[in-house]
Design a protein. Structure first.
Length: 264
């Protein structure tokens, strides 16, 4: 990508807010997931990342984490399959010892001009990756999450304002909001905090890989701040929600979206 997304500034100095924690980040090979994984490492966490196919990108994320002196387990898997989610959590526990923070971030999107173009296969794939996987991962991770653990789900601004060309994606992101809120109530007695982050236009590899060139060129220009955000501008929301500073926050959605005022 030109320019390359900013995963995290080299001049950023962590303050140990996640020292001793272990986190699992899906979609950690690039974009928001990579920025979150590196930010967590800078704050003292060991990190497992899940990725689908981009082995070289995952290796770069792993190298960045290890440069911070933290351990990293990079797992290639398809989280749309429940068995893969079981294996993913198992490898995280075997390699890193325990699990404190689950970041459900991986997603896919397929722009279409009309609902008539959305096949049953596409609809199933979008929901399997974007929301079914969250159910699978929370279910398998839950027995290993202790009091004070965190679940952070990545939704998107389209969950609130919609997108005519991303009908199934927007619907799946809306489902994530509706998943996050009751899950927070369900896990409250266990002391596990569940929140979400709903970014606006973020400059990630998902953009040039799914949109036409003319849309990519003006991507993010329609928000009040007039530009797309970089992944390292979103990652601090995840750091806060994972840290002790958010110990009295659950069932909430953060909106790093370039100034759009939306309900929710």
């Amino acid at each position: 990508m030109d320019p390359a997304p900013k995963s995290w500034g080299r001049n950023y100095i962590g303050s140990g807010r996640l020292r001793g924690k272990v986190t699992l980040v899906t979609g950690g090979d690039s974009g928001i997931g990579r920025a979150v994984a590196i930010a967590f490492a800078k704050e003292g966490a060991d990190v497992a990342i899940a990725y689908l196919e981009e082995t070289e990108d995952a290796a770069r994320t792993r190298e960045a984490i290890e440069r911070e002196g933290r351990r990293c387990e990079a797992v290639r898997c398809d989280i749309a399959e429940e068995g893969a989610c079981q294996d993913l959590v198992g490898r995280t526990l075997r390699t890193l010892g325990h699990l404190d923070i689950l970041v459900d971030n991986a997603a896919e999107q397929h722009p279409c001009q009309s609902i008539a173009e959305i096949s049953a296969e596409q609809l199933q794939c979008t929901f399997a990756t974007n929301i079914f996987a969250m159910f699978f991962l929370v279910k398998v991770a839950l027995p290993h999450l202790q009091h004070g653990a965190r679940v952070i789900n990545t939704t998107f601004v389209t969950a609130y304002r919609g997108s005519p060309h991303l009908l199934d994606y927007s619907a799946s992101k809306g489902a994530i909001v509706s998943f996050t809120r009751p899950l927070s109530l369900s896990l409250a007695k266990k002391g596990i905090l569940v929140n979400g982050v709903a970014p606006g236009p973020i400059w990630t590899p998902l953009i040039p890989s799914t949109f036409l060139e003319e849309k990519v060129e003006r991507f993010g220009a329609d928000v009040p701040l007039g530009r797309p955000r970089q992944p390292d501008e979103v990652a601090p929301c995840f750091v806060f929600l994972a840290s002790d500073a958010a110990s009295y926050m659950s069932g909430q959605i953060f909106h790093p979206n370039g100034g759009e005022v939306i309900n929710g």
